[in-house]
Design a protein around this ligand. Structure first.
Ligand SMILES: *Cc1c(COP(=O)(O)O)cnc(C)c1O
Length: 405
């Protein structure tokens, strides 16, 4: 007997996906077709509230008119020119990033296409100190290319590909004494996320980032802040370092910067660090192309014109109040800042909460067994966040039935 025809479009495409794509992501959860704001629809017409935002990428949500217009207009003008030439959007986006970062005169931007590539650029920048040691943190995620992977901590990601870039050590997250002990005359850079994203949305203790600033300055090493997930308004300021009161030597960006169009950036602070990579020492074919830069400009323009930094702060506080107000012993708290959050649970129920959430039309990310991550579009409304909070006790009823604890 021939196999039964797939019952849904979703099943059909998942079957074809399995035959045609490298299976590094496991079985996709949904086959999505279109979106609008914080809503997305799958190929069977089911609607979902997207509270993960393409993993902190779709800053303006889906189908935002400003992003659609900017990308459409630029696509009709110039998509790519190579780095023998520059373009108006490239120059303007670099200037705009430096302005919103309050970067000192002499600061500069290198454009690439992803977060891992921004980290690779930071690693090459660090090598220009003439040293090879890099200090990162336990729980850190900095990407999957072989250089970035050396900085990423999770053994399951690293071990199949060892040996990786040598000279990297990981210190316990938040441990100032361990950081002080690890940084020395061979340290080229300390690389940290202001809030560990993939590590579970775990903010740095304020004294940890300040200590990193102090010990790198004393050792003549660079402080690189990885703002790939926390940057571009995600935490309620343009960049998380601005809330921490710590100015890095360099910062990596990607994810939200293009609102979904691939773009990454390394920002170097001040003339000395900005002069460390010279002509011919780094490059990228696609990096900084006019299409991606036009998207970045549309994202930054819209964050300003729609007052999204203030909105992210108040929406994040609203979510915090609503979660605290649940007064449910199965919910132990909420961490993170702005609209980069994890709701923490008293048991390992996050995967089941996310699975039942999906059936109920909510896209959630189980970032840890006991933590549900939310990184919704910055344009998400408080009513939309309430849909999640109101559904959470019922999702926990279903999850705890399956996994008592
Ligand atoms: C996602 C992420 C990366 C890697 O970005 P890619 O674009 O997937 O290469 C690096 N650092 C942090 C903090 C991230 O969240």
């Amino acid at each position: 007997m021939p196999d039964a025809a797939p019952a849904t479009h979703t099943e059909e495409y998942l079957g074809r996906y399995e035959s045609a794509l490298v299976q590094v992501f496991g079985r996709p959860q949904l086959v999505l077709e279109h979106g609008d704001g914080a809503w997305v629809w799958d190929v069977d017409g089911r609607r979902y509230l997207d509270l993960v935002g393409g993993l902190a990428v779709n800053a303006l949500g889906h189908n935002h008119p400003a992003l659609v217009a900017a990308v459409s207009k630029q696509a009709g003008q110039l998509v790519h020119v190579s780095n023998f030439y520059t373009s108006v959007p490239q120059v303007e986006l670099a200037e705009r990033i430096l302005r919103v970062a309050d970067a000192p005169v002499g600061s500069a931007v290198f454009f690439c296409n992803s977060g891992a590539e921004a980290i690779e650029a930071a690693v090459k920048l660090a090598r220009r100190t003439g040293r090879t040691g890099i200090v990162a943190a336990e729980g850190a995620f900095h990407g999957r290319t072989t250089g970035a992977l050396a900085l990423t901590h999770k053994p399951a990601y690293r071990e199949p590909f060892e040996p990786l870039l040598p000279g990297v050590v990981h210190v316990p997250w938040g441990d100032v004494a361990a950081l002080e002990a690890a940084v020395g005359p061979d340290t080229s850079a300390v690389v940290l996320e202001p809030i560990q994203g993939e590590g579970g949305v775990v903010p740095a203790a304020p004294d940890f980032l300040r200590a990193a600033r102090r010990v790198t300055a004393e050792a003549g090493a660079l402080l690189v802040l990885d703002e790939i997930q926390t940057g571009v308004g995600r935490t309620g300021s343009w960049f998380a370092f601005q809330q921490a009161g710590v100015i890095p030597d360099a910062m990596t960006l990607a994810k939200g910067l293009g609102g979904g169009i691939p773009i990454g950036a390394l920002v170097t602070f001040g003339p000395e660090v900005s002069g460390m990579l010279t002509a011919g020492q780094h490059g990228s074919t696609f990096g900084g192309n006019p299409l991606a830069c036009a998207a970045g400009l549309a994202v930054l323009d819209t964050i300003e014109s729609e007052g999204l930094l203030a909105h992210v702060r108040s929406a994040g506080e609203h979510l915090e109040r609503r979660i605290d107000g649940l007064d449910d012993p199965r919910v132990t708290g909420i961490r993170g800042s702005g609209l980069l959050r994890a709701v923490t649970l008293a048991g390992d129920w996050a995967p089941a909460v996310a699975a039942h959430g999906r059936e109920a039309g909510l896209i959630l990310n189980p970032v840890a067994p006991d933590a549900v991550r939310l990184a919704p579009p910055l344009v998400v409304t408080t009513d939309q966040l309430d849909l999640f909070v109101d559904a959470l006790p019922g999702l926990l009823d279903l999850a705890t039935e399956e996994t008592p604890r």
